[in-house]
Design a protein around this ligand. Sequence first.
Ligand code: NAD
Length: 351
Amino acid sequence: MGVFDRITDHGHEQVVFGHDAVSGLRCIIAIHSTALGPALGGTRFYPYESEDEALVDVLRLSRGMTYKAAAAGLDLGGGKAVIIGDPGSAKNERLFRAYGRVVNSLGGRYITAEDVGTTTEDMEYIRRETQWALGTPVAEGGSGDPSPATARGLLAGLRAVCRYLWGTVELAGRRLAVQGVGKVGFAYVRLLVEQRCEVVVTDARDEAVQKAVAELGVQSVAPADIFSVDCDVFSPCALGGILNPDTIPQLSCEAVVGSANNQLATREDAQRLAGRGILYAPDFVVNAGGLINVYDELRGYSRTRAMHRVDGLFDATARILEIARAEGVEPVTAAERLAERRIQEVGSLAR
Ligand code: NAD
């Protein structure tokens, strides 16, 4: 498949390739849609095995951002960027500043933030070359690490699911299995424990499990055993693609509510979950807290305002579940329809 075939396949507006010979920068910025506003999405720093793999990833991720922003009701489009390289060894000031110039050349059509492999400190270098970088450190007046906001939004989404399934927003006594106690997962488990939930965790990193067990007093299981933990809600907070024909039959829960991006391996897996009577809260709806938080920087960051909006994910999730019920579709389909409707109705104002 040629580059233009790939770009036009999902209706991307623009794809930019950037390069700096001295620092070795190789980056791709994909703008999927600016119908609702500037395309905001993080910069992923990752050692892709090929340029093609990097292109496919950035196209997929940028499209996902369009839906995430639209479903959250933000005036933002969808975009994403990737830098090809090992974040452990290839990072340096010149590289990020050269990258910042590429971002700047887009004049605000694309706004970047941190993602896998980039940090708030990296954003500082990018900021020296462009105003179109968010997620700078709190000490610099920015919104800082988005993970606590993502965890908070996830809790709001979880409450909406609880009310839908069990008629109460009360979480005390609920049993949850959480896959991944990294930045989001750990913050989320802390919130769950504060709500007196019973939590079982796992992580591929032993030290992460030990920290959660020691500091939060939760139970743990081996990574392969997390799917079959008998619980009310399974929360994937590690990897994408983990809801698939292998794992879905193992699940022993009534709902899936997690932060991981692209949890469904394929769209058929949404039907597979529904077939087993498991409610799947669309990942791009319940994990939008970090995006909502960083979006607030565009107006001069106010934590109070940002958290208020993050808590609004309760209503956003509840609305999608109601639409799904009314239209007789899976929640992920309802969420996509809602996002597409908003892009069509509100987006046409800007033209
Ligand atoms: P992270 O890297 O801090 O944490 C991920 C954790 O998952 C790590 O501790 C890792 O060891 C663990 N893990 C990896 N593979 C595993 C496996 N097979 N079994 C068990 N554990 C495994 O990342 P994060 O920032 O916490 O993000 C978690 C997920 O949420 C990612 O999918 C990310 O894309 C998504 N997400 C994050 C944010 C955010 O604000 N950070 C926002 C939206 C979505």
